[in-house]
Design a protein around this ligand. Sequence first.
Ligand code: FAD
Length: 275
Amino acid sequence: MRRVTVIDRNDRLVHHEDDDVTEGLHALLKDEGIEVVLNARIQRISEKSGDRVRVVLADGGREKTIEGTHLLAASGRAPNTEGIGLDLAGVELTPDGYVKVNERLETTAPGVWAVGDVTGGPKFTHISFDDFRVIRDNINGGNHVTTGRQVPFCLFTDPEFARVGLSEKQAQNRGIAYRLFRIPMEQVLRAHTLSETRGFLKALVETAGDRILGFTAFSVDAGEIMSAVQIAMIAELPYAKLRDAVLTHPTLMEGLISLFASAPSVVARTANAGA
Ligand SMILES: Cc1cc2nc3c(=O)[nH]c(=O)nc-3n(C[C@H](O)[C@H](O)[C@H](O)COP(=O)(O)OP(=O)(O)OC[C@H]3O[C@@H](n4cnc5c(N)ncnc54)[C@H](O)[C@@H]3O)c2cc1C
């Protein structure tokens, strides 16, 4: 069996996400036999990936060496915009090298548009596809903008992690009060028939009304469950419409009834407001 080590400079995996998500993913990797090294500062890498490679990192003031056969660097993506004459065409870049666009995806050169990752927007295929729709409509005389659109995403681990709308961290940083609905997957009957009870579902609902502000699933088929909630969010359905729906037993969507029928905790505005 191959040994795998994940090295991350942050103190948590997917550190922008809520603690229950990062802890869930960490435990998942651990259970798969994957070692996770956090707070790592890489000092040097030597020899050759594909053969034998050695990574030396600083671990709390001491050096630690990890040896292996292959190294996969996944430290972010950079736009490929240098030296291709964009300046000659009058297409300006942002300080990070992305193509500068407005909310209609127009660049600084009249009649030149940009889509997808190169604009520096959320880097997902579905966002690139939506960018296409924005440009198509604008070229045809419309006024379609990228502002305010939902950015759902799914991490295709097993089980998956998917989120649409606000996480708890985001709500707290923005000073948004919410009701928190959260259930473990053990409470979803379909999860038992699938023998996939790992994870949880959680939803943030506004306190002044009943709209769903955000939904997170760390579960089997999380991406599909999230999409169902996303449709409810698009329709601005009060959460009770999902709670009171007659949904087929046993399906994963039926878990949404259990989720929204659970007792919520109320998280008031926090000191982080405005951060
Ligand atoms: C490992 C990985 C997994 C991913 N998984 C997902 C996922 O599950 N779901 C999801 O939504 N997104 C995922 N993404 C992100 C997704 O792939 C990108 O957001 C999406 O492909 C962006 O589309 P794009 O058209 O903007 O760019 P790209 O798909 O990168 O297309 C850009 C094209 O331009 C070409 N090109 C570059 N420079 C030049 C040049 N100078 N001249 C001519 N052509 C050039 C490239 O060769 C490429 O064909 C993943 C990305 C990675 C790296």
